[in-house]
Design a protein around this ligand. Structure first.
Ligand SMILES: Nc1ncnc2c1ncn2[C@@H]1O[C@H](COP(=O)(O)OP(=O)(O)O)[C@@H](O)[C@H]1O
Ligand SMILES: [Mg+2]
Length: 229
């Protein structure tokens, strides 16, 4: 796995005026990395993660996953790559209210279902394994409205993992959670990383800083090595 962001520049338009959010970002993410990005609200962290996950086109610059330029792909090829290779957890992501926990988790695997004959059983087994690892097995048949914030977040994480992605990209996966629940989730990411999963995440609170192998700060449209807050 290799994800490369090369000279990423992003401008938005607001009230008829252009403004720059990302100046010129360069970042190389290799197999097994665990990168934690911090930065003030509005500094462009979500913009950067959305671009890295192939969800948002930069104004200029390129994103390469395993040598393939994501934004040169057509929409269907890009969706396929995102679905199979990138476990993206957008900021404020929620579950579908009319599906129960296990249905929410397996949903991404049915977007491009495999034709293998044991596909349904295999996906269900994978979902149950994720539920167990995230310690929410007893919630399999519950609906999102019946879950606490931390439980819901675990469901979203399981959903991002169901297709066995090559990288997890998570935007503030512990926001609005209490300290203990946040720590539990960050420890889960640490375990995943120890097993070889590559992780790129944004965290909002300084408690999360002790997690991850590399910390970067988003400041004035650039990424700076270390904690500069
Ligand atoms: N679609 C958009 N159009 C215009 N401005 C946007 C858009 N999305 C975000 N912004 C602005 O870009 C800046 C960076 O936003 P964001 O990437 O969400 O920062 P962060 O995640 O660090 O809080 C903010 O000033 C925000 O208001
Ligand atoms: Mg954000």
């Amino acid at each position: 796995m290799k994800l490369i962001l090369k000279d990423i520049h992003k401008e938005y338009e607001r009230g008829g005026k252009n403004f720059t959010v990302l100046e010129k970002i360069n970042l190389e993410i290799s197999q097994g990395d665990f990168i934690n990005i911090i930065g003030r609200s509005g500094s462009g962290k979500s913009t950067l993660l959305n671009i890295a996950a192939g969800m948002l086109r930069p104004t200029s610059g390129l994103v390469e996953l395993n040598g393939e330029n994501l934004f040169l792909k057509n929409d269907s090829a890009l969706s396929l790559i995102r679905n199979k290779k990138i476990g993206f957890i957008p900021q404020g992501m929620s579950a579908l209210p009319n599906l129960n926990v296990i249905e929410n988790i397996i949903l991404p695997s049915y977007i491009y279902p495999s034709r293998e004959k044991n596909f349904a059983e295999e996906v269900a087994a994978r979902a149950k394994d994720l539920l167990m690892r995230l310690k929410i097995s007893e919630l399999e048949g519950a609906y999102p409205s019946e879950l606490s914030g931390g439980e819901l977040r675990r469901v979203i994480i399981a959903r991002a993992l169901i297709n066995r992605p090559e990288i997890i990209i998570a935007d503030e996966p512990t926001s609005d959670l209490d300290v203990k629940t946040s720590a539990g989730i960050m420890e889960f990411f640490t375990t995943l990383n120890a097993e070889g999963m590559t992780i790129l995440l944004v965290s909002h609170d300084l408690d999360s800083l002790k997690y991850g192998r590399r910390v970067l700060t988003m400041q004035e449209g650039n990424l700076i090595e270390g904690n500069k807050l």
